[in-house]
Design a protein around this ligand. Structure first.
Ligand code: ADP
Ligand code: MG
Length: 710
């Protein structure tokens, strides 16, 4: 029998291990651990190095620290308000100190005399000595060795870190005779300086030094990333192989007409991106491309150019937005861009007919809807703009050739299937996904790893950078309103963005109403102010926007409906109320509504949030420090972690236990490179049966259908 594969390890129940009886088995199951594979990939959440970092004599008042100590005595009493207080004396060879637990009466039983524990917390001076209050406690038992692994343990399952460590050790020992198989080719390992999987699994659990642990982590993180990238790359290639696309006409008349009608020159980034897209469109397989660009980089024009490429070859284009409001705004923007662009029409005496752009959302009803649907079906609608309603059942296109999806979230497998069904026979439309906000490169490789990527990394010329200021508290906020008045006096206009209330649109509208009333009667009394929110009827929204665009209104008080698509170059100041309620990406997106003209613009971030010690909210500070969306995306990833990026849609990818899109940027890139190297000459991975097999073990059939075919 050869070395053990992940499939082999996944076939051995933990009950086979020494000391795992029925009760322990149930407790492990509660932690999600049923097989030896589960156990071996339950990695320590911390490693304590006995020889440094953890001596009592090194503790400093006011600093968080980890110490490894022995319990020297425990005492319980009832304090005021009948709160239980457990007090313990702990120490090592270098000194002793006190630990206090409030409202944790069970600590008395847990912390027996002589027990070794790792404590993590902040020591403070109390009655002349040091004391830690409610530290994190890890029981480490009687383990020897320099580095002590600390496993996730919970009161609920009652499993201790040393029990888990013991089972892991037993499991590793039993794997030794056969050894553990390695799916990564020797040459790749040598090139990237990766240790073997067997060594890595051993060292992550039982390292002799921290360096050894780090090398193990790097190898195992690489494996996680390689699995993800291999699936993405295989899916990408399978899609290219299996679907037939349209060979679009890229030397038609419409795109040149659009360009001739523009009052400006394209940026070189736009030129490059349009060329990349046209190259894909002319090819026989369907395009799957992500368009990333900072706010204001001019993505709309690139998208419209792609749609027109389809139209000039007698196909139709569709633009899909995540919400109705955004769809409506896109419709307005695209219509304006295409004003005056006509389509050659041999059936017409004058040779041309107007381009037909129609909106389709659930708000389009009755005769209007029937009219749009009929136009889509007979091909008289050239470009359809709408929500996901566009690809729902019952919507028939005459010949859908190009779809632009404008959203941050993943364009999922189901949508893709729905799209295919809209295509012309078995021809699959080309797809361009636009992200409203940039995401970091490594994250894009993972979240959008089956797409090609174009980046608009250049802003159109003539923009003056936006100056962003943070105003905390009443007094400074007066500065913001004064700035609005000053700009209006100088003939400019202002946006006021109302607090985001995620839980309820109704509350959000109410709060916008309130902000509006307050400004009208107080801070901005005398100015021409209008209110815009998502609950207004479309016609009224359009009227409000139109008045603001014409300059008949000075100040537009709005909810986040203005996040995308609103383009008023004369607006030079934006005030965002309760800015701390928004995320970095959203603030950056909002801020992009100003700074679109030649005048210097400013953005004020108001916050009532007072942080301890005068600290500044790091998200808001990042906005003050930089206007570069790609930089801000990196900061966002650092601050929030990848959890938010990898949400629900990435179920299959929750395999990332050790790898971090944040810390392991370089490793992500390597993994992608290796995945291409393996898949390109061997699309079905016949030469890498081990890797293929473990993809099937790790990913589930619903998510990765193609992996499980034959
Ligand atoms: P994005 O969607 O990338 O945030 P938009 O497509 O809304 O940006 O474009 C922002 C603004 O820049 C619009 O007013 C658009 O007309 C203008 N614009 C686009 N491309 C150029 C260019 N090459 N030169 C000057 N202005 C441009
Ligand atoms: Mg846009």
């Amino acid at each position: 029998m050869g070395p053990l594969t992940l499939r082999d390890l996944a076939a051995i129940g933990v009950d086979r291990l020494k000391g795992v009886g029925e009760k322990k088995c149930a407790a492990l199951k509660e932690m999600g651990v049923e097989t030896v594979l589960d156990l071996l990939t339950t990695y320590p959440r911390r490693w304590v190095d006995r020889t440094d970092e953890c001596r009592v004599s090194d503790l400093r008042a006011g600093q968080e620290a980890l110490v490894l100590v022995t319990v020297r005595g425990v005492d319980k009493r009832i304090g005021r308000n009948r709160r239980s207080i457990v007090e313990a004396v702990v120490g090592d060879g270098s000194g002793r100190f006190h630990v206090v637990f409030f409202n944790q009466p069970w600590r008395e039983k847990q912390l027996r005399d002589g027990l070794q524990v790792a404590l993590f917390g902040k020591a403070d001076v109390y009655r002349g000595g040091l004391q830690m209050t409610n530290p994190v406690v890890d029981l480490i038992g009687d383990r020897t060795g320099r580095i002590v692994p600390i496993y996730p343990q919970s009161e609920k399952t009652g499993l201790n870190t040393w029990e888990i460590a013991g089972w892991v050790e037993d499991a590793l020992k039993r794997c030794e005779p056969r050894g553990i198989a390695d799916p990564v080719p020797e040459a790749v390992r040598a090139r990237l300086g990766l240790i073997s999987r067997q060594e890595a699994l051993h060292s992550i659990h039982l390292p002799e030094t921290m360096g050894e642990k780090e090398r193990a982590r790097r190898r195992l993180a690489f494996d996680e990333l390689l699995r993800v990238q291999t699936v993405l790359v295989m899916r990408k290639r399978a899609l290219e192989r299996e679907s037939r696309g349209i060979r679009h006409t890229i030397d038609g008349e419409l795109v040149p007409r659009l360009r001739a009608a523009l009052p400006y020159q394209l940026t070189s980034a736009q030129e490059r991106t349009i060329a990349e897209i046209e190259h894909d469109l002319a090819a026989p397989h369907p395009m799957h491309r992500l368009l990333q660009g900072d706010v204001g980089a001019g993505k709309t024009l690139v998208a419209v150019s792609a749609l027109l490429t389809a139209v000039q070859g007698k196909h139709q284009g569709a633009l899909m937005a995540p919400t109705e409001v955004l769809a409506e705004q896109h419709a307005t923007g695209v219509r304006r861009l295409l004003e005056g662009v006509t389509v050659p029409d041999p059936g017409n005496l004058f040779g041309d007919r107007p381009l037909r752009v129609e909106l389709l959302t659930n708000r389009v009803t009755g005769a209007d809807r029937r009219d749009v649907l009929a136009g889509l079906a007979d091909g008289s609608v050239d470009i359809a703009i709408g929500t996901h309603a566009l690809i729902q059942e019952g919507v028939q296109f005459h010949s859908l050739g190009m779809v632009v999806v404008d959203e941050q979230h993943r364009f999922g497998v189901e949508q893709r299937a729905a799209l295919r069904a809209k295509g012309d026979g078995d021809l699959v439309p080309d797809v361009l996904v636009m992200t409203a906000t940039p995401i970091p490169r490594t994250a894009a490789m993972t979240v959008y790893g089956d797409l090609d990527v174009s980046v608009l990394d250049e802003l159109p010329p003539g923009r003056t950078p936006i100056v962003t200021r943070l105003a905390e508290g009443e007094l400074l906020q007066q500065g913001a309103w004064a700035a609005v008045r000053a700009e209006v006096a100088a003939g400019r206009q202002a946006f006021v963005v109302c607090p985001l209330i995620e839980e309820s649109e109704k509350l959000e509208v109410a709060s916008a109403q309130e902000t509006y009333e307050r400004l009208v009667h107080d801070e901005l009394q005398g100015l021409r102010i209008a209110l815009l929110h998502g609950k207004l009827p479309s016609a009224e929204k359009e009227a409000v926007m139109e008045r603001f665009r014409r300059g008949d209104t000075d100040v537009l008080v709005a909810t986040t409906v203005i996040e995308v698509g609103v383009d008023v170059p004369n607006a030079t100041v934006m005030v965002i109320v309760d800015a701390d309620r928004f995320g970095i990406a959203q603030l950056h997106q909002l801020r992009g509504r100003v700074g679109r003209g030649v005048h210097e613009s400013q953005c004020w971030l108001l916050t009532g949030q007072a942080l301890e010690g005068g600290a500044v909210n790091p998200r808001l500070q990042a906005l003050v420090d930089s206007t570069d969306g790609f930089f801000l995306a990196e900061v966002d990833l650092d601050l929030r972690g990848e959890g938010t990026l990898m949400n629900t849609a990435q179920k299959g990818r929750s395999d990332l236990k050790l790898a971090s899109l944040r810390r392991d940027r370089e490793l992500v890139a390597h993994a992608r490179e290796v995945a291409f190297e393996m898949v390109d000459p061997d699309p079905l991975l016949e030469g890498h049966p081990l890797l293929l097999d473990e993809l099937r073990v790790v990913f589930n059939p619903e998510d990765e259908e193609f992996l499980f075919k034959n």
